[in-house]
Design a binder for this molecule. Structure first.
Ligand code: ADP
Ligand code: MG
Length: 447
């Protein structure tokens, strides 16, 4: 059912990959390949037409935030299994992700989640071609659990390992479901922790058109839901979307963020404050759950929910409109805007963005909700895309030494900022730990 598309100028067997060691060529030559794809397969790894779709089977592991997820995916786009264990109870208890608790929860379920993904796919580790794992961005403590598990499997079964950028995975998973989705395309990635607008020029080549200067839209949904006393057991977004259907979206007036900034960046902290003040002025008591609220109380909460949602999404619409303009100047052949990440499950968000995209002659691609929220399929798929062009690391040693320092990238930009997109507000908080994925790949291609 899948695609195959990228027009990337492929380097000769490259390690482009994701650990910053320059000695990959030597490493690769010494590295004994598992018999499944042996030297013959590797020598043709760059000749993508000669490699049959479905030859490569990758286990993907994701633990960057609060979901422990694993999946097995084949290179023809077949999803062989998908398992997600979420930490809903912890979210309710702590009102957000508490890193130490989240790490513990990942550690408790990671073995089971991975085993279930293999069982559901009717496979053992020996049937895999490679292991892909999210190495950033995300919470270090949480990333570590997934990386440790992935390296144990890869080391134990002599499998190559592919370090994955979480946001690239959110964007590329759309290529599993939309076979015509070729580069270049645009993507709006919206979740609890991220708000990113990108131009994907090719595999591994991204330009950041906009990002958030403070909170992401999902965080604003979650806080608003919490303050309105909604059921947080599936995170706040879905509950707020449901309640908003009962309300009048023009009843409470909130202002659209960053109107005066003619760029594509986002801000949701101010809108959160506006919502909190409106809730206080209407004397809504979050301790009374919505299920026990009176008719009037429920209606007044629904009005706030609907008004918040309208403005939160208008902010997305305005930024997308401008980003399409910028992107079309750089890549006039763009046909698609991908919307992914947890908030892309929202029907109102999809409908409004569909209008914007159609008006500009493009098509919207939204993965189904189970592929929008954090999942292992997106990690496995992104692993397949990179593996097929030779970007992977050799198997780690079967026994990792005590105290081994993992390559984790909690703050890791996907691409360089578009010049027009640089905002003064952002420059104050752009301290980086890692060079962007795109710059690493470009550097390795020049080697
Ligand atoms: P992360 O855990 O990195 O934030 P996810 O992609 O799992 O990433 O997204 C979770 C976020 O998506 C949460 O903030 C949640 O409230 C939001 N979300 C999920 N479904 C919806 C929805 N229907 N409407 C709005 N937000 C939603
Ligand atoms: Mg999540």
């Amino acid at each position: 059912m899948l695609l195959f598309l990228s027009t990337i100028a492929v380097p000769s067997i490259s390690r482009v990959n994701l650990l910053a060691k320059p000695s990959f060529f030597t490493t690769l030559r010494r590295f004994q390949l598992p018999h499944k794809y042996s030297t013959r397969s590797v020598s043709c790894v760059h000749n993508r037409t000669s490699k049959r779709d479905g030859d490569v089977v990758v286990l993907g592991i994701e633990t960057s935030c609060d979901d422990t997820a694993a999946a097995v995916v084949r290179s023809d786009g077949q999803i062989l299994s998908q398992v997600v264990s979420s930490q809903a109870d912890l979210l309710v208890k702590y009102g957000g992700v508490a890193p130490k608790m989240a790490e513990e929860a990942h550690s408790q379920v990671i073995d089971q989640v991975v085993q279930e993904a293999l069982d559901e796919a009717y496979m053992t580790e020996k049937d895999l071609t490679a292991v892909a794992v999210t190495i950033g961005p995300g919470l270090s403590l949480c990333l570590r659990v997934g990386v440790q598990k992935a390296r144990r499997i890869a080391g134990g079964f002599n499998l190559p390992i592919i370090g994955i950028h979480h946001m690239e995975a959110h964007a590329l998973v759309a290529r599993v479901i939309e076979k015509d989705l070729q580069f270049p395309f645009m993507a709006l990635l919206i979740s609890g922790g991220h708000n990113l607008l990108i131009l994907a020029r090719d595999l591994g080549q991204y330009i950041q058109l906009g990002t958030t200067i403070d909170d992401a839209i999902g965080e604003a949904y979650d806080k608003t839901a919490k303050w309105l006393g909604l059921d947080m057991s599936r995170s706040g977004g879905p509950a707020l979307e449901e309640l908003a259907r009962e309300g009048d979206a023009k009843s409470v007036s909130f202002s659209i963020p960053m109107k005066q900034h003619k760029d594509c960046n986002f801000s949701y902290a101010g809108l959160k404050t506006q919502v909190r003040l409106a809730i206080e002025s209407k004397k809504i008591d979050a301790k009374i759950p919505i299920s026990s609220a009176s008719y009037e109380d429920r209606l007044s909460r629904a009005d706030i929910a609907a008004s918040f949602q309208r403005i939160a999404v208008l902010h997305l619409e305005e930024r997308c409109e401008r980003a399409i303009d910028w992107a079309m100047k750089m890549e006039p052949s763009i046909k698609y805007l991908v919307v992914s990440g947890g908030v892309a499950s929202n029907q109102y968000v999809r409908a409004r963005l569909d209008t914007v995209v159609k008006k500009n002659g493009l098509q919207l691609v939204c993965p189904p909700p189970r592929l929008c929220t954090d999942n292992g399929v997106m990690v496995a798929w992104t692993g397949i895309e990179h593996f097929r062009v030779g970007r992977y690391d050799p198997p780690p040693p079967a026994e990792e030494p005590e105290g081994f320092v993992y390559d984790l990238r909690p703050r890791w930009p996907l691409g360089e900022e578009h010049v027009e997109g640089r905002s003064e507000a952002r420059s104050l908080r752009t301290a980086r730990i890692h060079p962007s994925l795109t710059s690493l790949i470009q550097a390795s291609m020049q080697q």
